[in-house]
Ligand binder design. Structure first.
Ligand code: GLU
Length: 495
């Protein structure tokens, strides 16, 4: 099998700094990371910034921050120093492609010398005319290889005159490319559809195809897992590998993440940028656990995996071929699972940041009240950004229709009796004993057989809602004084 002797494996993540890190990318990165860690190999982060026009300021830093947030670590490549500046580590650098232009130029010239590539001096205009003619003739637009015919002398002269040029690969069109993909199995593509692709552009920058092959080779990358959108590029890459006489790495192309309608997951579906999940308060453990299982099936019923455990159990043969649907509700389930298990200290510091971002305007509760809400809310599955809004009734004065206080067909008199009983029950609990467990105990005892009649009006008095967290939790969060006051307000309403 292809996967022998993995201890020397080297995998990489090679982002282009053209925007934020998509959650689907994180899943791809995770696959590379898990493979490297599982087999005790290296993980490298390389910046592919050769498409200068598409660079977004700050994107590279944001991508590194997202990786760090996810808890991933790497041996080599770009990183951030303590001041947040990009630095490089490792002995196969530079790891930023724009710093490697001389390497690509030298490598491309090597291919010219061995007659595997050639200079092309065609003008933009000539290429455009050619393209139009081909389209009119219903042919696939492709370079017509005009410059392959140039003589040695012609080439020399043009170079001397500093005519702009690109370097193209000589592709043998009659062949076919066959390779075994680690995820999708045997793939066969005819070279007839492959162009004499550009390796070096007229601005001296390499194309992605040349740079990725040269760097993966020089950085001794052994396995490449990436999104299936790169699959059509593989034959091009293989031709470049062959032209150089380099050994091929193993490729694995992963399916994309889909929305619930089976279409590619996009911004319209909700958060897709890792930084947005981070901002919204998702815990990295929850995100990692969830997305790992979207691409990989452990073939057991186990649902909870720490990063460590994912590393241990990783098996590339269990990678999914089909696209997986990204279900926000399922992610929220994982979020609740991990939130519940945070230490109080971590929960409170997480909650503090959440309150700053998603608190309720005009309300400034004491820290202890926020902490109680966190302890109550962590039991529930939900979107983290809604954690306070869902229980705004515990933070703001409540308004409700008097009739809501009635359970089934209780009379006003009965409602009054039950609320009085609740008030007295709470009043008897000493301030220092006003804890959730105690409150639940005394109220449950007071309710006896009449849970509905007793607890319904109490819940409404405390929350103003038909549905809320339990009346015990409401009372605990509100505290003794405020709980009694809300019951008094309810009693006033039914006078
Ligand atoms: N720079 C490419 C990207 O942004 C990398 C593709 C690859 O992994 O080869 O997706």
């Amino acid at each position: 099998m292809t996967l022998k002797n993995q201890s020397t494996c080297r995998l990489r993540f090679a982002p282009s700094p053209t925007g934020y890190l998509h959650i689907g990318n994180l899943r791809t990165i995770l696959t590379n990371y898990l493979f490297a860690r599982h087999y005790g190999g290296d993980f490298i982060v390389r910046l592919e910034d050769t498409d200068q026009a598409r660079i977004v300021q700050g994107a590279a830093k944001e991508i590194i921050k997202s990786l760090k947030w996810a808890g991933l670590e790497w041996e080599e490549g770009i990183d951030l120093d303590s001041r947040g500046q990009i630095v490089e580590k490792g002995s196969s650098g530079p790891y930023i492609q724009s710093k490697r232009l001389a390497i690509y130029q030298k490598m491309a010239e090597q291919l010219i010398r061995t007659d595997q590539a050639y200079y092309c001096f065609c003008s933009r205009k000539r290429l455009e005319n050619m393209r139009q003619t081909q389209i009119q003739r219903k042919q696939a637009p492709m370079y017509d290889r005009y410059c392959r015919q140039l003589t040695e002398a012609e080439i020399k002269k043009k170079l001397k005159n500093k005519e702009p040029y690109v370097i193209r690969l000589k592709v043998a069109r009659e062949e076919e490319t066959v390779f075994k993909d680690l995820v999708r199995g045997r793939i066969r593509i005819e070279n007839r559809v492959i162009d004499d692709q550009v390796l070096v552009k007229s601005d001296g920058f390499p194309t992605y195809h040349l740079a990725v092959v040269v760097d993966d080779h020089l950085m001794k990358i052994t396995h490449v897992f990436r999104s299936e959108e790169w699959l059509p590029s593989v034959p091009k890459h293989i031709l470049i590998y062959k032209a150089f006489g380099f050994k091929l790495p193993y490729f694995g192309h992963l399916p994309q993440l889909l929305n619930m309608n089976g279409k590619k997951l996009s911004k319209r579906d909700g958060e897709v940028a890792v930084k947005d999940f981070r901002y919204k308060g998702y815990l990295s453990e929850a995100v990692i656990n969830y997305i790992a299982l979207l691409g990989w099936n452990p073939k057991t019923t186990q649902e909870i995996f720490s990063l460590e455990e994912l590393v241990k159990q990783f098996d590339e043969r269990k990678l999914n071929k089909a696209g997986a649907k990204f279900d926000y509700a399922r992610l929220n389930w994982y979020q609740a699972y991990y939130l519940k298990r945070l230490t109080d200290e971590k929960l409170f510091s997480w909650g503090k940041a959440m309150w700053q971002r998603f608190g309720i305007q005009g309300v400034e509760p004491e820290q202890s009240k926020i902490e109680k809400i966190l302890l109550v809310q962590k039991q529930r599955v939900g979107e983290p950004a809604q954690i306070f809004k869902e229980v705004d009734y515990l933070l703001k004065p409540v308004k409700y229709a008097t009739d809501l206080l009635k359970w089934k067909n209780m009379s006003q008199q009965q409602v009054r009796e039950q609320l009085n009983k609740a008030w007295q029950t709470l009043d008897q609990v000493k301030e220092k004993d006003f804890e959730l467990e105690r409150i639940q105990q005394v109220l449950t005892e007071a309710a006896a057989e009449k849970r509905g009649e007793f607890l319904w009006p109490l819940r409404v008095a405390l929350s103003g809602k038909k549905q809320s967290v339990s009346p015990f939790e409401c009372a605990w969060v509100l505290g003794k004084k405020q709980s009694k006051k809300r019951i008094e307000q309810a009693l006033n309403k039914i006078k």
